[in-house]
Write a protein that binds this ligand. Structure first.
Ligand SMILES: [Zn+2]
Length: 262
């Protein structure tokens, strides 16, 4: 059900002038998105644009079973519905809720009318389109050249940033799709990070114990992504940097006793 008067925390919306934000949102309401909810199939018409507040949307390439690859994560730093900025109403990617939470949902027709008549809004969102494309290119390089353990560290950090917490839920299936490997490959990489006391992972519950250490274990793509975002969208839009050792994460990690399990 719609949740009226949810605070605006999406960083793209927050960067707009209050007039432009009002034009875009109108009398829309923030919705609760449920875990594993499909927002759009690949090849389907985009009916709504989503600006996550505290939810996370994953973007998946079309394919059969293991051929599907996770190529993007959208949290409150971004939006889903980018093809509309190019005048195309079809999504090339499947969009699935990976982290439950709220998002602003805007009718696609209204979104198109507003960006066509207000260049300032279109230009602001085009900057995120540039960042998203740059991150897609970086992911292509990452998938081809970087080791699974380093790639897992990168995606865990990206998930942490978008979940706004050092403790979050992320399934084996999701990780396998992120990394393009079998589940046993995920277990092996997660075990390696766990042996280094960087994370705890059990039945999908992830606790980041040492964020700095995890950043050192990640491939350079994580830092490159952040640099691009900061350069194009400004200092005020950098990812949140949680404390190096989050007491809550440590408490939860202790509770799950540290073993890897699907
Ligand atoms: Zn990489």
């Amino acid at each position: 059900m719609p949740t009226k008067r949810a605070p605006i925390k999406n960083r793209l919306l927050a960067a707009l002038s209050s007039e432009d934000r009002l034009r875009l949102l109108g009398d829309t309401a923030a919705l609760d998105l449920n875990l594993s909810e499909t927002l759009s199939e690949s090849g389907a018409h985009i009916h709504h644009v989503y600006f996550p507040v505290d939810s996370v949307i994953s973007l998946i390439t079309p394919g059969i079973s293991r051929e599907q690859l996770e190529v993007g994560l959208v949290g409150n730093e971004g939006m889903f519905g980018l093809p509309l900025l190019l005048g195309i109403r079809v999504s090339p990617l499947r969009a699935v809720v990976q982290g439950a939470g709220r998002a602003w949902r805007i009718d696609a027709g209204h979104f198109l009318r507003v960006i066509e008549s207000h260049a300032s809004i279109r230009q602001a969102l085009n900057r995120y389109l540039y960042v998203f494309l740059a991150q897609l290119m970086q992911t292509a390089t990452c998938t081809r050249f970087h080791l699974v353990e380093a790639r897992l560290a990168r995606w865990l950090l990206m998930s942490r940033d978008r979940a706004h917490s050092s403790h979050f839920h992320i399934t084996h299936e999701f990780l396998a799709r992120l990394l393009g490997v079998r589940r046993v490959g995920v277990t092996s990489a997660a075990s390696a990070l766990q042996r280094r006391d960087l994370i705890r992972y059990k039945r999908g519950d992830v606790a980041v114990l040492d964020a700095r250490g995890l950043e050192r274990a990640a491939c350079p793509c994580y830092a490159i992504d952040k640099r691009i975002y900061r350069r194009v969208l400004g200092k005020g839009l950098v990812y949140r940097q949680p404390a190096e050792r989050d007491p809550e994460a440590i408490r939860l990690a202790t509770r799950v006793e540290g073993s890897i399990s699907c």
